[in-house]
Design a binder for this molecule. Structure first.
Ligand code: ATP
Ligand code: MG
Length: 428
């Protein structure tokens, strides 16, 4: 075959793949849940372009983050501008929020997005170059209760999808003052271990030492075990915020673990950060994550308004659904499959199928096969519930054969009673 799919990407198909996580039915179901749950929590959808000017991410995600240093799909357009395929959603949403002056419309803005994100990563299970995220951003409220709502929405999303055995880890990365205090303590602790750190962490030591805390390198992990905790360096304000968050989570009965090693890869977080972990995906065990980013909007030149949000990767969510054998509701299929026997019947079937569709009764028609058995198999393959068979005798005597493809029961229905009968069967 001459053309191959780019590395790290995948097709989502209606059928024809053994990778059940790539089946469209699952994706559509998850997307339906995203829309309904967002609406129930008062979030409205925002859609931004798939690419942005590169500078947005340098600034928004942070120049020392893995995303900006290693993972961006950046290219020059024909006008010589540097363009980047979005690696995450928050920067774009904040850009759109400021550029469209949404802050003039009200004080609080609750937005959600879903769509593809692009990261130049080493492809492996749960890690792709094009992946999809569902994310929300609650802008304009700085309270810990808002953080709890965001975490609750994420947990409810997973729960609605039927996911089990997830762990919510929460931490506070404090405010700037907390982090300045903590950085000094952390550097003091790490200095004698500098030579043993991984190359990545040696670079982070200079540029962003907090990131050493969530290094995946086994040796770094060992060193970090004895490191001081950021929770012991919070300012009174940051401490109170974190305590209130924990109380809120307890009140709404969300089990959580305090994990002072979470700092998150993106540079814009302050105060609350959190991750949701699964034991069902091997190495790629974070399915969703987020936090508060009170300074980001003003960094972008917008008003000084607080915000908090999360993003969750849909590939990983769907793969956990498969691993946990979660059942999904029956997807919609055409109700009826018309099978004409002979050319005259073909015209009648075509007309009936068209009438059905115009009345919102799902219908399809066999236009290829002359063999009844093949035609019935095709009806089964498209998962129609009934087939309607019309031959020359039926045509002459103005009735049809209505066959239930599941039970195989067959009955005769008068031609002019067919549409009302089907309508009753579909509940439209
Ligand atoms: P990781 O530590 O796994 O690299 P991350 O910190 O880079 O994750 P975020 O930037 O927080 O991830 O993105 C939010 C979510 O998007 C992740 O929790 C994960 O579920 C998903 N995700 C991130 N990168 C990928 C990818 N390359 N392929 C598939 N899903 C991804
Ligand atoms: Mg990553």
């Amino acid at each position: 075959m001459e053309h191959k799919i780019p590395k790290g990407t995948f097709d989502i198909l209606p059928y024809g793949t053994e990778d059940t996580w790539r089946l469209t039915d699952l994706w559509q179901y998850v997307e339906d849940v995203i829309r309904s749950i967002s609406c129930e929590y008062g979030y409205r959808e925002i859609r931004t372009p798939i690419y942005e000017m590169t500078g947005l991410f340098d600034r928004g995600v942070g120049e020392t983050s893995d995303i900006v240093t290693k993972e961006m799909f950046t290219f020059e357009d024909k006008g010589g501008r540097s363009i980047t395929l979005r690696p995450e959603g928050t920067s774009s949403v904040m850009r759109a929020f400021i550029e469209n002056r949404l802050s003039n419309v009200g004080a609080v803005h609750k937005l959600f997005y879903t769509g593809p994100m692009f990261r130049y990563e080493r492809p492996q299970s749960g890690r792709y170059r094009q992946h999809h995220q569902f994310g929300i951003e609650a802008i304009g409220n700085g309270s810990a209760m808002q953080d709890a709502e965001v975490i609750d929405l994420l947990c409810q999303f997973y729960q609605r999808l039927g996911l089990k055995n997830l762990k919510v880890h929460v931490n506070s990365v404090g405010d700037l003052e907390s982090r300045t205090n903590f950085k000094a303590a952390l550097l003091k602790y790490l200095s004698p271990h500098f030579a043993e750190l991984s190359e990545d962490s040696k670079t982070r030591f200079e540029k962003n030492p907090l990131r050493i805390l969530d290094s995946k390198d086994p040796k770094d992990k060992e060193i970090v075990k004895g490191a001081p905790s950021i929770l012991d360096h919070l300012t009174p304000d940051a401490k109170e915020h974190f305590e209130t968050l924990c109380q809120c989570l307890e009140k709404i009965k969300i089990p959580y673990v305090i994990d002072d090693r979470i700092v998150r890869g993106l540079d814009y977080y302050n105060k609350t950060v959190f991750e949701v972990l699964t034991g069902d995906l091997g190495a790629q065990n974070t399915i969703g994550a987020g936090g508060r980013f009170d300074g980001l909007i003003s960094t972008f030149g917008g008003p000084n308004i607080p915000a908090v949000g999360f993003a969750t990767g849909l590939e990983r969510v769907i793969q956990v659904m498969i691993a946990q054998k979660v059942a999904i509701p029956n997807p919609k299929r055409p109700l009826v499959y018309f099978i004409p026997m002979g050319d005259a019947a073909k015209e009648a079937c075509f007309s009936l199928a068209t009438q059905c569709r115009h009345q919102k009764i799902g219908a399809d028609i066999e236009l290829n096969s002359k063999k009844m058995q093949t035609a019935i198999q095709n009806g089964v393959r498209i998962e129609a519930t009934y087939c309607v068979i019309i031959g020359s005798e039926e045509l002459e005597k103005k009735y049809v054969q209505l066959k239930n493809l599941q039970t195989r029961e067959q009955r005769e229905v008068k031609l002019d009673a067919l549409i009302p009968t089907l309508k009753e069967l579909t509940d439209v």
